[in-house]
Ligand binder design. Structure first.
Ligand SMILES: CC(C)(COP(=O)(O)OP(=O)(O)OC[C@H]1O[C@@H](n2cnc3c(N)ncnc32)[C@H](O)[C@@H]1OP(=O)(O)O)[C@@H](O)C(=O)NCCC(=O)NCCS
Length: 182
């Protein structure tokens, strides 16, 4: 089932779904941007970043090939992933990943991560993909497991997130091309 996942273009219709998912997750200490986004904000992000071939970010939709009740093959948009703040000269970028709540816990996040790392290392000639997960994010164990899987490394940055009246540390992590290959 996990092999039925693929990355493809993130169009505005799907980016609107991302906006709803993100808005559902505001106020939970997960996202860097702690307030809900409007459709206009999302449209601007689409125009400035996703639809701009010169931006320093690349985003993809995560799609699942599956069958409907009539046994017809369907393609379902289940999440998005992105490489942001790309520094071409230094070969680095920051990862973003979100799976729709209906599809969480089924192995799709792990598979999507392998696909985006493959894009980064084997198609975009990047060397290091880093990320930051706040220690108040209930999904931090996902990243702990992925760091172990890809022989990544991590460190703690103090007081990186203000949430619910307190500062929380973050786990800052990195996946390196050479360790991904072996
Ligand atoms: C984090 C996220 C991408 C994980 O996706 P997912 O599809 O649920 O993850 P998977 O099913 O592929 O899980 C892979 C492994 O991580 C573990 N894992 C995933 N989420 C976990 C959680 N919340 N707590 C404990 N373990 C977790 C799984 O048990 C699995 O372990 P296994 O390989 O030993 O079986 C998804 O929960 C999500 O999009 N959350 C909201 C947004 C978010 O937190 N993004 C990251 C911001 S830094």
């Amino acid at each position: 089932m996990k092999d039925n996942i693929y990355l493809d273009v993130l169009n505005f219709e799907n980016l609107e779904k991302v906006r709803i998912w993100r808005n559902e997750n505001t106020g939970k200490g997960i996202l860097r941007t702690p307030y809900p986004l409007t459709t206009d904000m999302q449209q601007k992000f689409f125009d400035d970043v996703i639809n701009n071939r010169n931006s320093n970010s690349r985003y993809w939709g995560i799609f699942l090939k599956t069958y409907d009740n009539d046994d017809h093959l369907i393609h379902v948009f289940i999440g998005y992933t992105g490489l942001d703040k790309i520094e071409w000269e230094n070969g680095i970028a920051e990862i973003g990943l979100m799976i729709s709540h209906e599809y969480i816990g089924l192995g799709y996040g792990s598979k999507a991560l392998s696909l985006v790392l493959n894009e980064a290392f084997n198609n975009m000639r990047l060397q290091n993909i880093y990320g930051e997960c706040y220690k108040c994010n209930p999904n931090i164990e996902f990243w702990e497991k992925m760091i172990e899987k890809y022989k990544g490394y991590k460190t703690t940055l103090p007081a990186r997130k203000y949430f619910d009246g307190s500062f929380f540390d973050s786990m800052y992590f990195n996946f390196n091309y050479y360790n991904f290959r072996i």
